[in-house]
Design a protein around this ligand. Structure first.
Ligand code: 5GP
Length: 175
């Protein structure tokens, strides 16, 4: 079996979570599997090792799980994009739409230097709202965002089109 198939098979699908009709893609089963987790980070690191990024950014909470080890593998700093009132220094924030209501993400204003080439990482791309807010925060601080990487993309939910409109290229391991 190839590496991508091995990674895909390590991700459990949970029907009716968090509510009826949703099939939740559970990446905790991937992370709990040492060889699958390692292979995931190695594949992403191989893909991006000579791409010229200066920072990696991940969005709370599962973006941290994949983003931080990828940043370490690339020898780059890691930027935490967080829910409100978690970051201690001066922040800017961006609200974004959820299925019901809105949510907010924040970033430290000094986490990005103008001209930084930032790779965004998250576990899963669905509607694209989370990553679009993350792109906006980094660009507001003068960072350059041209690439976002996901372990899983669910292309039917529209996130890939959202990122295309933002001129952000997508890398995905599984869909
Ligand atoms: P979006 O903003 O693209 O609609 O949703 C993506 C965000 O919601 C990601 O940060 C991701 O962690 C979370 N998410 C949505 N659906 C799932 C799912 O089925 N599995 C996992 N692991 N995360 C999900």
């Amino acid at each position: 079996q190839d590496t991508l198939g091995f990674i895909k098979d390590s991700i459990k699908s949970i029907p009716d979570y968090p509510k009826a009709g949703i099939i939740f893609r559970d990446v905790t089963s991937l992370v709990e599997n040492g060889p699958a987790f390692s292979a995931t980070i190695d594949l992403l690191a191989e893909r991006f090792k000579d791409a010229g990024f200066t920072k990696v950014a991940g969005t709370e909470a599962r973006g941290f799980i994949f983003g931080a080890p990828l940043a370490k593998a690339l020898g780059l700093g890691f930027i935490l994009v967080r829910k409100p009132n978690k970051l201690p220094r001066k922040t800017i924030e961006q609200s974004y739409k959820l299925e019901y209501g809105t949510d907010i993400l924040q970033i430290h204003v000094d986490a990005v230097d103008a001209g930084d080439k930032v790779l965004i990482v998250d576990d899963l791309l669905a509607t694209g709202g989370t990553v679009a807010a993350t792109v906006s925060l980094i660009r507001q601080l003068g960072g350059i965002v041209e690439e976002a990487a996901f372990v899983i993309s669910l292309p039917d939910l529209g996130g890939e089109a959202v990122l295309k409109n933002l001129n952000v290229n997508i890398t995905k391991l599984v869909d």
